[in-house]
Write a protein that binds this ligand. Structure first.
Ligand code: IMP
Ligand code: MG
Length: 175
């Protein structure tokens, strides 16, 4: 698989991301919410680099996507923690069309959060379908389908330590 970002490049990017979040929020308490499942790996690395007092929760967002095409979004809040009156930061793997984070921002604002921001590992360079932009992004990448470091193709490849560009020949290694 062609490597887009190596393990070391990802580590440096996540450190830079944590630094900008620390600089922005200072020591005020923060509620961080992982958008499952893609942010799993980033989230574990990122929260250990943040310095403010943290509350940690998760929310599941999945689009009924078949492979690479985006579909209708389904949000499952059953595992989320209380956000009323809190400063909230959503953490997701990638900002693509922006629909996922746009919808989650609305939901969390609707639950009475004091503020809602978002941090992503990757932002694709493409035309976006919403007004929202991520507040913090570690890398901008070309509009290609990428996997690894949490990102999947049909739930495969999330465990790769690097970020790769998926090519048809890679599909043969899927179970
Ligand atoms: P958005 O709602 O279009 O911004 O899409 C966000 C979600 O689509 C991400 O959380 C990913 O799960 C998925 N996604 C978008 N682009 C890619 C990609 O290149 N590889 C893997 N997943 C992707
Ligand atoms: Mg995802």
């Amino acid at each position: 698989m062609k490597t887009l970002l190596s393990e070391q490049e990802l580590r440096i990017g996540v450190e830079r991301l944590a630094k900008s979040i620390d600089d922005f929020y200072g020591v005020s308490p923060l509620t961080v919410i992982a958008v499952m499942t893609g942010s799993l790996v980033l989230f574990a690395d990122l929260i250990r680099l943040l310095s403010m007092p943290l509350r940690v929760g998760v929310v599941q967002a999945s689009s009924y996507r078949e492979g690479m095409a985006s579909g209708e979004l389904h949000v499952d809040r059953r595992m989320m923690i209380d956000v009323f009156g809190r400063d909230v930061m959503l953490v997701d793997d990638i900002f693509d069309t922006g629909k996922t984070l746009d919808r989650l921002h609305d939901e969390i604002r609707g639950l009475g959060a004091n503020s809602v921001r978002s941090a992503v590992l990757l932002k694709k360079i493409r035309s976006v379908e919403v007004d929202l932009r991520p507040d913090f992004a570690a890398f901008e990448i070309p509009d290609e389908f990428v996997v690894g470091y949490g990102l999947d193709y049909r739930d495969h490849f999330r465990n790769l330590p690097f970020l790769g560009v998926l090519e048809p020949s890679d599909l043969e290694s899927m179970a």
